[in-house]
Design a protein around this ligand. Structure first.
Ligand SMILES: Cc1cc2nc3c(=O)[nH]c(=O)nc-3n(C[C@H](O)[C@H](O)[C@H](O)COP(=O)(O)OP(=O)(O)OC[C@H]3O[C@@H](n4cnc5c(N)ncnc54)[C@H](O)[C@@H]3O)c2cc1C
Length: 503
């Protein structure tokens, strides 16, 4: 074991939405900050190249095995790189709604109340939108929460061929709104991510050090088990120990839980910070279905993701429970749909034999339907020996089905000449396959009661005075919008707390 001779004020483990953002927030403090990242810089030509690569060729699946409940191995959809999963994400950055922080009755049960409210997050959402250069327009989304500032950049303009579709959606009584998007304004890498807006600016400060190919394998505590003393790391395959006053986990919900579980010791026999037996539990990931609209008019085939619909978010006059969120996918030849949905392809062949794939690509618009999954302690991460196990069964299936069929009804009403609409055949009832852990959250829930939560409201572990977690692990509930903006805002919030503590 190599003992690193430096002592840091803060070690941040992982450089994705949570870790990368926190590094940016703490960097100007002058404190000695070490970033440990198991991946490396992602080559520019590998970034956001194609949904086919993401979904079909499993290009962005980590080269490691995790195991399902039955012990079957799978490779998870994780990007181990500077910037983490934000290097491959869709960059749609939405705030959770005010009510998402409250107790909400869903058809399958309760979405629990957060110990902090929207008002606690609002200033950090504003800061997050400024940092990640979010392009949006307030006042259009009927469920939009209150804002203390306008979006920092104007909304992405709908493609000329998408605008008429948006107009038709309005005629059906819906209120489509410009989807808030993070854009870096760099021609070669337009997607705003945690490397561009977090890690790279943090590294401009001499007090910030980044070590890549640095996989953290465990945290060691003092003999009393009350604080973390050292971070055990494989650096380029060599075992190292790093030391800091404050240690922050930001490995993503599943990997952070795994690090805690594999750090069990005499004082923490069931895993670090796990006196509540909640570490690893309540894993959530959105229910998602893709829906293809085949249009009478050809479109450009290449258009940005720009439309969101929240008219069914809290239900409608026929269904009083929340259903969720709809957004369009960008039109990069609609490859995600074709990649994910062989049944769609077979339908095309059956009903439209003369319709080539390329032709269809310019006659189709693909949509995501996204529904909250409720926390369930049985949906969990476990570590047995050196193997990571993930058990997950989605819930809220009927609400998701209803959302899909609501959207199909709207599309059918506006596309009179078109003949094919289909729900993605990813899985029955919209359940995304286990390896797709894109929107993972939960596993180290935040709360005020150490008996039922892992982290306190500052995202500090109840049981260890210098251990924090700032990735998506802290979510008590998932909401129906993507998690990234809330992860970013929370990292800024915890960062402010840490700046106070480091003074
Ligand atoms: C294809 C795809 C599309 C998405 N689209 C959207 C979207 O449009 N909108 C949205 O809101 N969300 C989206 N998401 C989700 C979003 O990317 C995540 O919510 C967000 O990145 C989570 O941030 P995080 O900090 O929790 O984890 P991550 O961003 O995953 O960062 C974790 C980091 O920890 C590192 N790490 C892991 N284990 C270790 C270890 N043991 N030692 C050292 N380092 C480690 C990883 O390499 C990584 O850098 C998408 C995700 C994917 C995969």
């Amino acid at each position: 074991m190599i003992i690193d001779d430096q002592h840091y004020d803060v070690i941040i483990i992982g450089t994705g939405a949570g870790g990368g953002t926190l590094a940016r927030k703490l960097a100007p403090s002058g404190k000695r900050i070490l970033l440990l990242e198991r991946g490396d810089a992602m080559r520019l030509e590998d970034q956001n190249i194609s949904s086919v690569d993401i979904f079909q060729k499993q290009r962005y699946h980590a080269p490691e095995n995790w195991y399902d409940e039955g012990g079957e191995p799978f490779t998870p959809q994780m990007e181990y790189a500077i910037g983490g999963n934000t290097k491959i994400y869709g960059a749609a950055l939405q705030r959770m709604r005010e009510k998402d922080f409250e107790t909400v009755a869903h058809q399958d049960g309760i979405s629990p109340e957060w110990c902090l409210k929207y008002a606690d997050f609002e200033p950090y959402y504003t800061e997050a939108e400024a940092l990640y250069q979010v392009h949006g327009q307030g006042g259009v989304d009927p469920t939009e929460p209150s804002r203390s500032a306008a979006y920092p950049y104007p909304a992405v303009v709908h493609d000329l061929t998408i605008q008429p579709v948006v107009d038709d959606i309005v005629k059906q009584g819906c209120h489509p709104f410009p989807l808030p998007m993070s854009l870096s304004l760099q021609a070669d890498d337009p997607t705003g991510d945690a490397e561009v807006f977090g890690v790279a600016p943090a590294l401009q400060f001499a007090n910030v050090t980044l070590k890549t190919a640095a996989k953290v394998t465990g945290l060691l505590t003092n003999p009393a088990g009350t604080s973390v003393k050292a971070v055990r790391t494989e650096l380029n395959g060599q075992p190292y120990l790093f030391f800091a006053d404050i240690v922050v986990l930001a490995c993503g919900a599943i990997n952070s839980a795994a690090v805690l579980l594999q750090s069990a010791n005499e004082k923490h026999p069931h895993g670090l910070a796990n006196g509540s037996d909640q570490v690893g539990r309540n894993l959530m990931k959105l229910q998602m279905s893709s829906i293809v609209q085949v249009t009478a008019q050809a479109n450009s085939g290449k258009f940005p993701r720009s439309v969101g619909i929240n008219d069914y978010y809290w239900g409608d006059n026929q269904f009083s429970y929340p259903m969720g969120h709809i957004q369009n996918m960008g039109g990069v030849l609609q490859d995600a749909i074709f990649a994910e949905s062989p049944p769609v392809l077979s339908l095309i062949t059956k009903f439209m034999p003369n319709f080539g794939l390329k032709q269809l690509a310019t006659r189709s618009i693909a949509w995501w339907a996204m529904t909250e999954v409720l926390p369930d302690p049985k949906n969990r991460v476990e570590v047995k020996g050196n193997k990571l196990y993930v058990s997950f069964t989605a819930n809220n299936a009927e609400a998701h089905d209803r959302l899909v069929y609501r959207w199909l009804d709207v599309l059918k009403a506006i596309e009179k000449d078109s003949s094919l609409f289909s729900r993605s055949g990813m899985h029955p009832r919209g359940e995304v396959p286990l390896p797709v852990v894109a929107n993972q959250c939960g596993t180290c829930v935040m709360g005020t009661d150490p008996a039922t939560s892992v982290l306190d409201p500052n995202c500090r572990a109840h049981e260890l005075d210098n251990l924090y977690v700032v990735d998506s692990s802290f979510f008590p509930s998932s909401s129906s919008v993507g998690p990234a903006l809330t992860v970013i805002a929370n990292a800024l919030r915890v960062g402010e707390h840490l700046l106070g503590r480091l003074k």
